[in-house]
Design a protein around this ligand. Structure first.
Ligand SMILES: [Zn+2]
Ligand SMILES: [Zn+2]
Length: 346
């Protein structure tokens, strides 16, 4: 059953995240490799367990096989419980399984070979459709990130033509054109407003100078969420657990502003990021934010990051109504038009 494998993958990804945050990145990376194997191959874990062959899976040694045994037997792991520091697992209305099987309609953050992705927009679209999605946003980088060939107005206009062509040829999935626009140090955005206004979705993310002191960083992030053309705040802290701390600022103030301005806040499911993490995502929801569960895929086989990142939404106690990716395309567009949206804040 693939949902068993994806549940185990989520548990291993959570162990990996907590190990990396708590200063054991080496072990964290080992758990992450195993989690990725399970998410990509969705093996029949029960059969492998009966045959005592769990350790034959790529990236799964004796120690991780032991964790898997325990997860399959009892549904939990004493190791994971310890890393959660005794916090009970919140009850979550979200199931386990491939995202699309749970009602997930599409991904709002993915890259193509127009910037630093490894596949064409057409290849990304076909991969998303094969996963059962109804839409996929191509959100390549903005020009300031020269090393990744960020796109300015002219190249975005050229890319639009290619995306239109894919949409004419492909049934069953709508490719959206977006951008992952860099948030400048002064809180402005790295594309002209006229360019942003012509895109289907604008993800604004911090990438450089993440060490800016907190008061200035708060102003910078507020500038982005208060910008009327921003739809999604991408990987809000910019951290990579175990590698890079990310920006430090008044997250609560920025989340409050995001809620007030109808900006969706992202859970970037790339396991090297997991940004926001579960505690922060729970805070965002409690402040009235809607969230997006995105892959930030740079290749077709990275779309699976959403399956792997479901644990974050579950640990945050989120339900389908908190996450915009469960919306069909038309109501999603209404969210991006910033129609007033009332959420009952607990
Ligand atoms: Zn980014
Ligand atoms: Zn990205």
């Amino acid at each position: 059953m693939s949902s068993d494998a994806l549940r185990a993958a989520g548990n291993l990804a959570e162990i990996a995240y907590r190990l990396r945050l708590s200063g054991d990145p080496y072990r964290g990376r080992a758990y992450l490799r195993a989690a990725l194997t399970l998410a990509r191959q969705t093996p029949d874990l029960e059969a492998l367990r009966r045959q005592r062959r769990l350790a034959s899976l790529e990236g799964v040694g004796e120690s991780i096989a032991g964790t898997l045994e325990e997860l399959l037997g009892s549904g939990t792991s004493s190791y994971l419980e310890r890393l959660r520091r005794g916090q009970p697992e919140p009850s979550s209305p979200l199931g386990w399984g491939p995202a699309a099987a749970l009602g997930y309609q599409g991904d709002l953050h993915a890259h193509s070979d127009w910037s630093d992705g490894h596949a064409t927009v057409g290849e990304m679209a076909v991969a998303a459709r094969a996963r059962g999605y109804r839409y996929l946003a191509i959100t390549d980088h903005s020009p300031r990130l020269r090393m990744v060939h960020g796109l300015g107005p002219e190249r975005l206009a050229a890319q639009r033509k290619v995306i239109d062509e894919v949409n004419r040829e492909l049934d069953g999935l709508t490719l959206l054109q977006g951008v992952e626009v860099d948030i400048n140090e002064d809180g402005s955005l790295d594309e002209p407003d006229a360019t942003l206004a012509g895109l289907d979705v604008v993800v604004a993310s911090p990438h450089v100078k993440l060490g800016t002191e907190p008061a200035a960083m708060t102003e910078r992030m507020l500038g982005a969420v208060e910008h009327p053309l921003v739809d999604v705040l991408g990987h809000p802290t910019g951290r990579r657990p175990g590698e890079r701390a990310g920006a430090s600022y008044d997250l609560e103030a920025v989340l409050r502003a995001a809620a007030a301005h109808g900006v969706v806040v992202e859970i970037d499911c790339d396991p090297s990021r997991t940004d926001l993490g579960p505690e922060e995502a729970r805070l965002a929801a409690s402040l009235g934010c809607r969230l997006a569960l995105d892959s930030d895929a740079h290749a077709p086989d990275q779309l699976v990051y959403v399956d792997l990142g479901l644990w974050v939404a579950r640990q945050a106690g989120l339900g389908e109504q908190d996450i915009v990716n469960w919306l069909p395309l038309e109501p999603l567009k209404e969210v991006f038009e910033k129609r007033p949206w009332q959420r009952s804040v607990s």
